[in-house]
Ligand binder design. Sequence first.
Ligand code: 4AD
Ligand code: MG
Length: 451
Amino acid sequence: LDETEGVTLGTADKPGTRVKVLGRVHRSRTQKEVMFITLKDGYGQMQVVFGGQLIKTYAAMTLTLETSIEIKGQLRELPPKASAPLNRELHADYFRIIGAAAGDKEAITNKVQADGDNQTLLDQRHLVLRGDNASNVMKVRAAVLRAFRQAYLETRCLEVAPPSMVQTQVEGGATLFGFKYYDQEAYLTQSSQLYLETCLPSMGDVFCICPSFRAERSLTRRHLAEYMHIEAELDFITFDDLLSHLEHVICRVVDLILADPVTAAYVKDLNSKFQPPSRPFKRMKYADAIEWLNEHKIDFDDDELPEDDPQRKRPHRFGDDIAEAAERKMTDILNVPIFLTHFPAEIKAFYMSRDPADRRVTESVDVLMPNVGEIVGGSMRISDYDELMAAYKRVEIDATPYYWYTDQRKYGTSPHGGYGLGLERFLAWLCDRHTVRDCVLYPRFVNRCTP
Ligand code: 4AD
Ligand code: MG
């Protein structure tokens, strides 16, 4: 009976002992009489050396990448400058193939999905996930979720779980996914905000981490049909409190990520230039952003007009939506996190309260990050009953199904506000990914619902 101790890769620290490892062949190279294998499991990698009789076996000569394998041997310590993981090398004296891998997809893993638009890589996402790049992003993602929960715990925000199947919209009818709910019409939620607001009176500040769904029509680097939405709602606050909270949570999450040596190493590997943002964040009002864009000759592109219409490109005017392309040019030039605030009411959602000092605009904020643009959308909410009724009317929403939301203004209203942050966009910023499609396990976007 062989009682060799089994060890996990990446954490093995038993030089000099005989160990057993289980994993998959990640890389291999043959040099004269020896074969070097990088074995990997979910926890790390180990360099394995096959020499002597082992290398002469048919199984070793025909070993393909991704083959799962059991190996036993002597674990040796290498000189400090060796390139092997943890400066350890396993000198194998026994191996057993558990599951051979068909060699036809060897080129798939470890592709950096640079355009995020490569249909083969998207179809083979299950294999792409076996590579270092894709799986390290997923490991950072898990750490970021832990860090947000920790940051909310520290700020006394309670986690709740609002429903995903709803009968009200939050962010406009154009991006609703509808479905048949028994004999009624229902939608997949666009945002849990309205539900979070109902928790404030008895649960205090709340947050949720739930998928949101948007039937976005356009193929962009930063739009998914299903994304992880981190939303928080805070009671009895001012707009300035909201901004300070956002700055605090974002910086705290980054600090927690970088304080963990394992996660920090993944971030460094994916985004070697990453610098934690410095506080306070730059603040810019929408009206000033419009001026800034015009000063920098970044035009408004009116996509309601035909491609060749000379009127299509023109300077920005107050009231224009700042499109993704213009926003990205701005963040690329400024290259720091920006609080873009005070958007005109006409281009924002119905629930946003107005700035008492300038009734044309709302107490709203988008957080823009270099390379991605908007990662957060937030605002103060209308807390007055009559004002909310007028807001429904302005956007032609039937108030009836919103009775439960309206009731918050009838039974002890309060100044309150909150925000939603797209986890995949946060990761695209943190890990320097070209597209949010690389920041989710299996991306869902226009016409893609597989694998
Ligand atoms: O700006 P949005 O639409 O705001 C809301 O949904 C608010 N109700 C949130 C709130 O106040 N509780 O979305 C918030 C964030 C965006 O800033 C973006 O990061 C992300 O959600 N997001 C998307 N991420 C990926 N794909 C999409 N299609 C997204 N739409 C929004
Ligand atoms: Mg938004």
